[in-house]
Design a protein around this ligand. Structure first.
Ligand code: F6P
Length: 484
């Protein structure tokens, strides 16, 4: 039968997120090819060795949609695909609703609010177009809540992930009060005076949606406290600051801090496979015996790539001793290209990179190598090679690059780290920390990294690697589950 009954399901543990652990593409002959996703959540869930666990995610493109509609109830058969024991249910949400919810509300509105990205004299504007997007976001969250309610066994634990799904916890609680519901935020959280930019009903729906969970988890205490401050200021909720609880409308939500770490075992093994060695040899050939400054990011507004390049240009302009002695390797791979702001930003990154090479390159020295395609083994090779890693986001929930580089570095790497990254809270002692808006201070930190004595660099890198792997993804995931 392809009909779903109205009864409860059988899954004792469920995860819900917009982007799931797998995605599909269509090969030339029309068949569907599956690719496993990376990231902490995918590794984390592998700690659950329960074939009844279910991961509910959205079909993100046409190939995903085909896969979802071919499988009964969207439940995919992933046997033999190295994606853990759990089942995956991909929701086939109609493309217009999905685009409005994902691009319009999640990525253009909530992401911008939490990363403080608006140029406020002209944006945001909450008009009739936004209202259509907001309706779609509500429908998209309701589709997730329905699927979770149908799949969950009585008393099951459900872990809802991130700002795409902020309404889902309350919707799910209304449908299934028996469930234990957790919510986890992978982004920073905006301070109340910025969160108030949202229309009042939208701000309230987001906060009360999350407060539908028994526990709301954050990557750092900074973001947990900002969420609590929004609950007090906008809802009048009662916050117990020492117990980190929020009491609102007769219910208590516990706030948890779970600082996702790097997957040390996986990274060390993966970084020494032949495909990485090959790419390392190619990078070494391009760089020669010069020093290297490495950055690896999605081309994402909050990653602050443009100011990073301006800092490198300032370094070369003010310290000519580095000419022909350093190469900046910048990997900035495409992200959210449906949004005009991201396309414009990508163009600005490419223009500035071109200008830097035009200003300083010589027949034998290319000061900047920019790659705009995603290649994980090449990123690992750059991590191994780096003398300095530049991680300078305007604001970042955690930033795993800052945690991954020290783990795989071959000979120690100085870390230039923004104080606005969540990772700062754990790594500040051994990093060279910067205000991400201060291009001159960033250039000075790059210089300090390039001139750091080898022994100091090695010692700092060891301590950074230990801090970075303190809570590996599997433990991070189990901690949240156990706390529920
Ligand atoms: O960590 C924040 C996050 O938005 C995740 O939810 C998401 O999967 C990732 O960044 C990449 O963004 P996107 O899924 O929009 O490519």
């Amino acid at each position: 039968t392809t009909e779903r009954s109205n009864q409860t399901g059988t899954a004792p543990v469920l995860v819900a997120s917009n982007r799931g652990p797998v995605s599909f593409s269509t090969s030339d002959d029309g068949t569907l090819t599956l690719r496993r996703g990376g990231g902490g959540l995918v590794s984390g869930l592998s700690a659950i060795d329960d074939p009844n666990a279910v991961w509910v995610c959205a079909a993100l493109g046409d190939a995903d949609r085909r896969a979802a509609t071919q499988a009964p109830y969207g439940r995919l058969d992933l046997a033999g695909h190295d994606v853990g024991g759990q089942a995956v249910r991909m929701l086939d949400i109609d493309p217009e609703t999905f685009a409005r919810a994902y691009n319009g509300v999640a990525n253009s509105t909530l992401w911008f609010v939490h990363h403080l990205l608006y140029a406020t004299p002209t944006a945001p504007v909450f008009d009739a177009g936004f209202r259509a997007e907001w309706s779609a976001y509500r429908a998209y969250n309701a589709a997730f809540a329905d699927a979770l309610a149908a799949e969950a066994a009585p008393g099951a634990a459900v872990l809802v992930q991130d700002y795409h799904l902020s309404l889902t916890p309350a919707l799910l609680r209304a449908a299934r009060p028996d469930l234990r519901i957790g919510y986890f935020s992978h982004t920073p959280w905006a301070p109340p005076e910025y969160f108030r930019l949202l229309p009042d009903d939208v701000a309230e729906a987001v906060l009360t949606g999350i407060l539908g969970a028994d526990r709301a988890g954050f990557l750092t205490e900074r973001w947990a406290r900002a969420f609590a401050a929004c609950c007090t200021d906008l809802l009048g909720a009662t916050v117990d600051h020492s117990a980190l609880t929020v009491r609102y409308a007769g219910r208590t939500t516990h706030l948890g801090v779970h600082a996702l770490g790097a997957d040390g075992d996986f990274l060390r093994e993966r970084a020494h496979r032949p495909d990485v060695d090959e790419r390392l040899a190619a990078l070494r050939a391009a760089v020669g015996d010069r020093r290297t400054i490495v950055r690896v990011d999605r081309t994402e507004l909050s990653k602050n790539i443009v100011r990073g390049l301006q800092a490198y240009r300032h370094l070369l302009r003010t310290r000519p001793e580095w000419h022909d002695r350093v190469v900046h390797i910048a990997f900035a791979y495409p992200s959210r290209t449906d949004l005009a702001e991201y396309r414009d930003y990508t163009a600005e990154v490419e223009r500035l990179a071109h200008d830097i090479n035009a200003e300083f390159a010589t027949p034998t020295w290319r000061p900047l190598i920019l790659h705009v395609d995603d290649d994980f083994p090449r990123s690992l090779a750059a991590y191994r090679l780096a003398d300095v890693a530049l991680v300078n986001p305007i604001r970042d929930g955690m930033n795993l690059v800052a945690k991954e580089v020290p783990v795989v570095s071959d000979h120690g790497c100085a870390l230039v780290l923004s104080r606005e990254a969540g990772a700062y809270d754990e790594l500040a002692d051994d990093a060279l920390t910067v205000n991400p808006y201060d291009v001159i201070a960033t250039a000075d930190a790059l210089h300090a990294g390039l001139t750091m004595p080898a022994e100091e660099r090695t010692e700092r890198t060891k301590r950074l690697a230990a801090a970075a792997t303190a809570l590996p993804p599997q433990q991070w995931f189990l901690d949240q589950l156990n706390a529920l």
